[in-house]
Design a protein around this ligand. Structure first.
Ligand code: NAD
Length: 509
């Protein structure tokens, strides 16, 4: 039996914590009520911006851009360095807010803040490595090169399940690239976003940089929509459902803006007959049941060879039976609440559809603590054994719901892995080098993230993060994802005193 904090305990904890991060909680004002998934109760009430305010915010951000783009990139990096230090100081506070508003267990909430600190480190290094190439010119006495310049105002729209880290992936990189950020966070996690912004605002003040480099606009989808449509937003980075991306992508394209879309996933692990099953079980349980199944990279499908599928299913079911579900801030809890009733209902509906398709529930399902917390939704992570990849399996249900499917030959397993509309993350558990290499190859997984002998979730910031198909095609965070936040100019410099034309063209007057 878990003990859940009362409404007044949790609300006081949230407000005190936000205050410590620099949020002026007495000035929150407004009548939009926020709730915690931990106990389903009210945390506070606050005011939202309306869509009309977006124009003012983008105008202020543009003014900041005009000044910030003149600051040398390594000096911009100094701001991000300080931001990272302040995040480290506030790590536990920010993690508490993530737990209260998104329902993450403490270890994962701290992990999310650590990811923010890590991306700051990465971005500081990047601030001295915004490299352009120099290419050999075909003309004598000429130099051909490219230069990367700041792009402009970056609009960030983010989802509830990574209420802090996604913003920081965008913001740390955008700032060193010379761009200000206007953030429309999830309406479900407002205090976390205000606290993150307050920490950055302190770093901005200390650095003496323009205040409007960071702005946060609390509001609903209409505020996001106004950012999407604003011609002053050079890059719109949107993280959330494919439904949202389908609305946002074409609208940004219509005004020839740039978009970076990080949308839904339906991630699978292929478990081969040669897999180390101990490793596979651990990897699968973390990826499928961790974060209560509410990561974009959560494992939603296991495609297991017929020689191991029964044993694997039994071992997973027994691990699921032992999963400690409860107060995400209590020691020992591994599975916290789902975000709200709608999310829980979607899980129940998916289980009903899967059993209607002939699936068999082999673990979990149903709700815990409904008696003590009728407004909180603690789902028991579920496993459904399926014979075929039916429509419901091909959809993303944002819940701790794992389908297990059998396969006969490895090519068929790859086909199943790829036969869904989403293309975010994938993994293979195998001891067979040829299978691993095939899965990683051009004929293998079609996802943006392809792993061997680890699960689908828990990416590091050093790699580019994102996926193909309905996941949206965007790449954020590490590697060369920074290029999305800058514009490239190609330069030809003639020091020959002559004017030879490229491709041998003769134009002598
Ligand atoms: P959501 O799509 O409901 O909301 C995400 C954000 O989009 C919110 O801030 C919301 O206000 C805003 N929004 C909604 N409609 C909009 C519109 N028409 N114009 C502009 N903004 C709009 O998603 P959610 O429920 O908060 O998050 C869960 C989803 O996010 C899952 O599908 C998950 O896979 C996905 N996700 C993807 C990634 C990734 O990196 N690929 C990361 C985290 C979450």
């Amino acid at each position: 039996m878990t003990t859940l904090p009362t409404q007044s305990e949790l609300s006081a904890l949230a407000l005190d914590t936000a205050r410590r991060c620099g949020v002026d909680v007495d000035a929150l004002g407004g009548d939009v009520e926020t709730r915690s998934p931990v106990n389903g109760q009210r945390v506070t009430s606050l005011g939202w911006r309306d869509a009309a305010y977006v124009d003012e915010a983008v105008g202020r951000a543009h003014e900041a851009f005009l000044a910030w783009r003149r600051v040398p990139a390594p000096a911009r990096g100094a701001l991000v360095k300080r931001f990272g230090e302040l995040l480290a100081e506030h790590k536990d506070d920010l993690a508490v807010l993530v737990s209260i508003e998104a329902g993450k267990i403490t270890s994962e909430a701290r992990g999310e803040i650590q990811e923010m600190i890590d991306i700051c480190d990465f971005a500081v290094g990047l601030s001295r490595q915004l490299y352009g190439r120099t290419m050999p010119s075909e003309r004598p006495g000429h130099r051909l090169m490219e230069t990367w310049h700041p792009l402009g105002v970056v609009g960030v729209v983010s989802a509830f399940n990574f209420p802090a880290a996604v913003w920081s992936w965008n913001t740390a990189v955008a700032l060193v690239c010379g761009d200000p950020v206007v953030w429309k966070p999830s309406e479900l996690t407002p205090l976390t976003s205000l606290a993150c912004h307050a920490v950055l605002a302190q770093a901005i003040r200390e650095h003496g940089a323009p205040e409007a480099l960071s702005q946060v606009l609390l509001g609903g989808p209409e505020v996001g929509q106004a950012l999407v449509d604003h011609p002053g937003v050079a890059l719109l980075s949107a993280t959330g459902s494919t439904r949202m991306g389908r609305l946002v992508g074409p609208r940004v394209a219509e005004r020839f803006g740039r978009s970076l879309l990080e949308l839904g996933g339906n991630n699978a692990a292929v478990v081969s007959g040669s897999a180390d099953l101990d490793l596979a079980v651990r990897g699968i349980v973390f990826s499928a049941a961790g974060t209560a199944g509410q990561r974009c990279t959560t494992m939603r499908r296991v495609i297991a060879h017929t020689s191991v599928v029964d044993e694997l299913t039994d071992r997973l079911a027994s691990a699921y039976d032992r999963l400690p579900i409860g107060n995400p801030m209590a020691d020992g809890t591994l599975v916290g609440p789902m975000i709200n009733q709608r999310a829980y209902d979607a899980m129940e509906a998916a289980i009903a559809a899967a059993t209607g398709d002939g699936g068999k529930v082999v673990a979990g399902g149903g709700r815990a603590f409904a008696d003590v917390a009728p407004d909180a939704y603690y789902a028991r992570p579920a496993i459904v054994r399926m014979d075929a990849q039916t429509d419901v399996v091909a959809r993303e249900t944002f819940a701790p719901l794992l389908y297990v499917l059998p396969y006969d030959d490895f090519a068929g397993a790859i086909e199943l892995n790829n036969a869904v509309p989403q293309g975010l993350s994938s993994s293979v558990f195998t001891s067979d080098l040829a299978e691993a290499e095939l899965f990683l190859s051009a004929e293998g997984s079609d996802c943006g993230i392809v792993n061997v002998n680890i699960g689908t979730s828990g990416a590091e910031i050093g790699g580019a993060f994102g996926g193909e198909k309905e996941t949206g095609g965007g790449r954020e965070s590490g590697s060369d994802a920074w290029r999305a936040y800058m514009r490239r100019a190609t330069n030809t410099i003639n020091f020959s005193g002559e004017l030879p034309l490229a491709q041998g063209v003769d134009f002598t007057v």
